[in-house]
Structures are given as C-alpha cells and as structure tokens.
Design a binder for this molecule. Structure first.
Ligand code: GLU
Length: 269
C-alpha cells in the first residue's frame, strides 16, 4: 500500500523542534507527502510564519509533493461541509466563563461542554439570534452517534480502537469569527488530500475520536492513525511554542545543521 501522509502546522509561530519531529515522522514514511497550512484562525496566524514554515522545512530537507493546501483560501469548502451537518448542530450562546463554571460544578466534566444550550426551545434560540447574540455551532454528539452507530479506527501500533466521541462532548464546529473549526477542516482536508496515514503527535489522540465521527457523518474515508510520542526537553517537559522552545530558526542561527537535527530525531525514535 502506498502511504500518503501529511504535515499540517498552524502558522501561529516559528516551527520548533517538536513540530519538526512530527513533520519528519510523517515524511520518512511517505510515498507521497502533503503539506497543509491550518490557518483558519486569521487572528493568530501570520503570513510571515507561513513563509517561515516552508523555508524551515526545505532547510531540513523535508520536501513535499504538490501544492500546499492553505485552509484560509477555502472557507466555502468548509461551509459546504458544515451545511451537510446542519441537522445535527445547535447554537450555543454560553460564554467561556459560563462553561468553566458548569464544568467545575459537581457533575461537570473538565474540558467537556456541559450541554447547557442543547435543549433550548427553538423560539428562544431564534429570538437570541435575531437579537444579535453571538453564538457558536456545536455538534450534538449523541444525535450524531444515533445516525452512524458504533465506530472504530485503526491505531497503527496497537490495532482497532472503539471511537468514543462523547469523551470530547459537543465540540464547536463553527464560530461567528471563524465560520469553521479545526475538527471540520482537518477531516475535510485529510480526505481531499487523499491521506492514508495520519501521523501526528499523541496530543491529538483524543481529537481522533471526533474526527472518526465526522468522517462517518460526511461519508469520508477514515485513514490509519499513528500518534507518536512528543519530543521533550532535557527535563522531560514537552516542547511548546509558548515556552519559547528552541525554534529551528534559532538553532540554525546558532550553527546547528539539518544533519544534527535529523540524527537527534533518529535516536529519539
Ligand atoms: N494544525 C494542528 C497543529 O498545528 C495539527 C493538526 C493535525 O495534525 O491533525 O497542532
């Protein structure tokens, strides 16, 4: 089987070693390697970071096939996918503070939307929307589940995994300022780019449960998943942009070579 994999960074900063490791993990297995810029959050993504990502990948020798898919140029595609899910979406008027309060209540679950707006009366929803209240569109996961039944995906190293999208709750699929979401775009574009193997960090393992549900709802194929360990620093802490983890740019300026970085990756695997 020929392997089509991808690297799908969000250009919200310069690539650090952790991103590069993820790109390399996907690249080294690929017969065809696709690149995608996940830049739907136009408030956080910047063109200079996008350009720097391409330059850094080239410097490292991780070449890609075909055009780069730039998500911000394709909002109508995602709107069409969202439209197909319309009957399973509901408007959510909750603020972040309200959600946090409900999650910390006795029966609340950390990180999972408590479902406050799921059962609002249609007239109430319509009145709030007409009054201009901001809202997000959430997927009614229980209703979606009833449409598609049991689901599973193949985690390459360990075998079949039952999908449990309920673990993430009713995720947001669109907001007023960003009329789509990571979950919707990633599923749409993995299918569009013909990805057979999604090779990415294990921090995205949970999200896969929702991705598999969306694939089933949209009639898209489910790729094989391989979630890899995240690179850590010397103290065992995960590398992250916000901690000012070493960027490839800084390493390059300090004289590190691509060979040295790839050697570090080989030994980490
Ligand atoms: N854009 C996501 C990120 O930068 C990665 C998406 C994915 O690999 O599915 O974290």
């Amino acid at each position: 089987m020929s392997i089509v994999s991808r690297f799908a960074p969000s250009p919200t900063g310069y690539l650090h070693l952790g991103h590069a490791y993820s790109a390399w993990m996907a690249w080294r297995r690929a017969d065809v390697f696709r690149l995608r810029l996940e830049d739907i959050d136009t408030t956080r993504c910047r063109p200079e970071y996008a350009a720097a990502i391409l330059e850094d990948l080239r410097w490292l020798g991780l070449d890609w096939d075909g055009e780069v898919r730039v998500q911000s140029a394709h909002f109508p595609d995602y709107a069409a996918a969202l439209e197909r899910l319309r009957g399973l979406l509901y408007p959510c008027f909750c603020t972040r503070a309200e959600i946090a309060r409900a999650q910390s209540a006795p029966h609340g679950v950390e990180g999972v939307y408590p479902g406050t707006c799921r059962a609002l009366a249609p007239e109430f929803r319509a009145a709030r929307i007409a009054a201009g209240a901001p809202y997000a569109l959430r997927l009614d996961v229980a209703a979606a589940r009833r449409c598609v039944g049991a689901l599973r995906f193949c985690e390459e190293a360990t075998g079949w995994v039952e999908a449990e999208p309920e673990r993430l709750g009713d995720v947001v699929l669109a907001r007023k300022d960003t009329p789509t979401s990571y979950h919707l775009c990633v599923v749409h574009d993995d299918a569009l780019q013909g990805i057979t193997h999604v090779i990415r960090g294990e921090d995205l393992r949970e999200a896969t449960h929702i991705h598999v549900l969306l694939q089933a709802l949209l009639g898209l194929p489910t790729p094989i998943y391989a979630h890899h360990k995240l690179l850590t620093d010397a103290s065992g802490k995960r590398l992250a942009k916000r901690d000012k983890a070493a960027t490839l740019r800084e390493m390059r300026a300090a004289g590190t070579t691509p060979e040295a970085i790839l050697h570090q990756f080989e030994t980490a695997t």
